[in-house]
Design a protein around this ligand. Structure first.
Ligand SMILES: [Fe+2]
Ligand SMILES: [Fe+2]
Length: 273
């Protein structure tokens, strides 16, 4: 896996932005997971020698701008890729901060483009768990069972901020490896523990080897962070790559608790599973 867009970068020639995009290569398939908030992933991909046109699939974790912002340009290039997303990912989305409500979803032009691509059958709406390729699965909607997790912010379905957005579209992707499952998280608005528990339910005979991506603990209480760490311990996860909206406070606690099991996920990082 190669990180193409993320909030941090430690290598010359590459650039960072608030967003996430991860290039995944399996033995015979290439998958783009999320697209950052702009076309930055394409610039970074070029520097890294990755050809987005080779993508066999595009998986979108949810409909926030920092994950779907580069999708329009990606669709121009990745013409043979199937797209996987929940139908609510292309519905209007808003967030509230400083007494204002902001549009944070896809543009209406992109919504129409994705919807028409779906009508031609070049992709699938992930209303339930969906196999992308053998050994690669998208969770679809994630049941909310823990009492200590929430969507992690003030998200709404309307500009007036009246209807809360429960982020039903939020999903993760997991891949089978010889060591166990590798879980790729977008923002984990469903809660990272809910996400991992759902994956255990979907793949009951497999252990979770690694997790990486956004855990959206940026506004989380210390109790929520501690209970998340407890769950990681209980699940016996071997490798953890906190990124993007995990937030520095939570990321520091994850690194303190798990030490060398942790790895950086900045732009340009390549991880082999
Ligand atoms: Fe995000
Ligand atoms: Fe998000």
């Amino acid at each position: 896996m190669t990180i193409l867009a993320e909030n941090t970068v430690y290598r010359g020639g590459l650039r960072a932005e608030h967003g996430l995009s991860i290039w995944v290569e399996t033995e015979n398939k290439k998958i783009l997971f999320d697209t950052g908030q702009s076309d930055l992933l394409l610039q970074n991909a070029e520097v890294l020698g990755i050809d987005i046109a080779q993508a066999d699939a595009i998986v979108l974790s949810h409909g926030h701008y920092d994950h779907v912002g580069g999708l329009d340009r990606v669709l121009d290039l990745a013409t043979r890729a199937n797209v996987y997303l929940h139908p609510l990912a292309i519905e209007p989305k808003f967030s509230a901060s400083n007494g204002m409500t902001h549009q944070i979803g896809v543009t209406s032009a992109l919504r129409d483009r994705v919807a028409s691509q779906m009508r031609t059958g070049q992709g699938a709406y992930t209303e339930t768990a969906t196999s992308v390729f053998p050994g690669v699965t998208v969770t679809g909607p994630i049941p909310r069972v823990t009492e200590f997790e929430d969507v992690g912010g003030r998200f709404f379905l309307d500009l007036q901020g009246r209807q809360p957005d429960l982020l039903i579209d939020d999903q993760a992707m997991f891949l089978e490896t010889t060591r166990g499952l590798v879980v790729v998280l977008g923002c984990a608005h469903a809660g990272v523990v809910n996400t991992l528990e759902h994956i255990r339910h979907l793949a009951p005979n497999q252990r979770i080897h690694a997790i990486l991506g956004g855990m959206h603990l940026v506004h989380a209480s210390d109790i929520r962070i501690q209970r998340t760490l407890d769950a990681f311990r209980r699940l016996g996860i071997d490798r953890i790559g906190p990124a993007h909206c995990t937030g520095w406070h939570a990321a520091r606690q994850i690194w303190n608790a798990f030490g060398e099991k942790c790895f950086l996920c900045c732009v340009g990082t390549q991880v082999l599973f």
